[in-house]
Design a protein around this ligand. Structure first.
Ligand code: NAD
Length: 335
């Protein structure tokens, strides 16, 4: 396989690059380094062709796709904070950028995996969301929902290119993926809580903390991306990928304290304070992953405590190196 990974310098993308190289494949990365980092590719930089460019740049996408038989489209504007603060730029990336990548994949006859998101389900709190379940979204003018709106359209676009142009496209909806290299800069809860614990600050929980989520280790998800895109039975279909181990955010904060051996207080921050007035969140989000399990045997194996420990080990290294903490300030007082 010669694979293009858009967003390959990002959190999930860089783990995917490692996995592809481990399988003996050739890898090209296209990334504008807006949220990704060369440090994520430090261990493999000499084995990867890295193109610094945007998915919005047709020439860069064309050059990066040339000679590739598989495209993993991971690049996107990601994170609640990014989307709320920069809604128009995020829409451009997540719509026009995706269309540019889809068209290049069609021109080069490459198969494609599209990273959509569990956000497409919006406020549907059903126990075990299935791929065909309804989406419950707030007003499109609330920037909170613009990411879900764009990812939903991305899926539809990929589906239409499959139907119309024979693009061998697979869509996946990851549910809260966590692990080393994820940072708290864009509102990701696990690295934020871990960095707060390690630097002796209060752990901030939004709202009453009773909102429930399922966190899945990146190492459990990445092999599924490769298994799905290479399976002809997956083409033209969408798959949930995530863990079914549910936890409240308050319980998550307590687990972070336990796993990191720290004792900081847990403080509650109203959503309005964190994200501005009118911010909406969903009470729970649990996937039904039976479709991926039946097709490729997808079954997450890493426990939440193991993931927290892995994130803590990674963040300790970064914090000790004097890199930025979740709030952007430099920290040296690491526990
Ligand atoms: P990330 O921010 O670490 O990775 C995104 C990468 O895309 C970064 O390296 C960034 O620099 C790059 N990028 C952004 N805009 C670009 C552009 N215009 N051109 C080229 N590169 C660009 O985020 P992630 O968590 O690794 O997410 C990867 C994908 O998975 C995204 O599509 C995201 O929507 C999806 N996803 C992630 C999660 C999760 O829990 N992490 C959940 C659902 C969906």
């Amino acid at each position: 396989m010669r694979a293009l990974v858009t967003g390959g310098a990002g959190f999930i993308g860089s783990h995917l690059v490692d996995h592809l190289l481990g399988l003996g494949h050739d890898v090209v990365v296209l990334d504008d380094f807006s949220t990704g980092s060369m440090a994520n590719l430090a261990g493999v930089a000499d084995r990867v062709i890295t193109v610094r460019g945007s998915i919005l740049d047709e020439t860069a996408v064309e050059e990066a796709t040339d000679g590739c038989d598989t495209v993993f489209h991971m690049a996107a504007a990601v994170g609640v904070r990014t989307i709320v603060n920069r809604p128009l730029e995020s829409l451009h990336k997540n719509l026009r950028g995706t269309e540019t990548v889809l068209e290049a994949a069609v021109r080069h006859g490459a198969r494609l995996l599209l990273a959509s998101s569990s956000e497409v389900y919006g406020k549907n709190t059903k126990d075990g969301l299935g791929e065909d379940d309804d989406r419950v979204l707030g007003s499109p003018l609330k920037s909170r929902w613009s990411y879900a709106a764009a990812k939903g359209l991305d899926e539809l676009m990929a589906y239409c290119y499959w139907e119309r142009h024979g693009l061998r496209a697979v869509m996946v909806r990851p549910f809260n993926i966590v692990g080393p290299r994820q940072t708290g800069h864009y509102g990701m809860v696990v690295p934020t809580l871990v960095e707060q614990a390690l630097t002796g600050r209060p752990l901030t929980v939004h709202g009453d903390g009773n909102q429930r989520r399922c966190f899945c280790a990146v190492g459990d998800v990445v092999p599924a991306l490769v298994a799905l895109v290479t399976d002809v039975r997956a083409h033209g279909r969408v798959f949930n990928l995530g863990s079914t181990e549910e936890v409240t955010i308050r319980e998550l904060a307590k687990r972070v304290l336990r796993v990191t051996g720290t004792r900081g207080p847990i403080v509650h921050v109203p959503y309005e304070e964190a994200y501005g007035p009118g911010f909406e969140d969903m009470a729970r989000r649990t996937p039904d992953t039976s479709r991926a399990r039946e097709l490729i045997g997808f079954r997450p194996r890493t426990s939440l405590d193991e993931v927290i420990a892995a994130v803590a080990a990674d963040r300790r290294v970064h914090l000790h190196a004097g890199l930025r903490g979740a709030d952007g300030r430099h920290r040296t007082d690491v526990v």
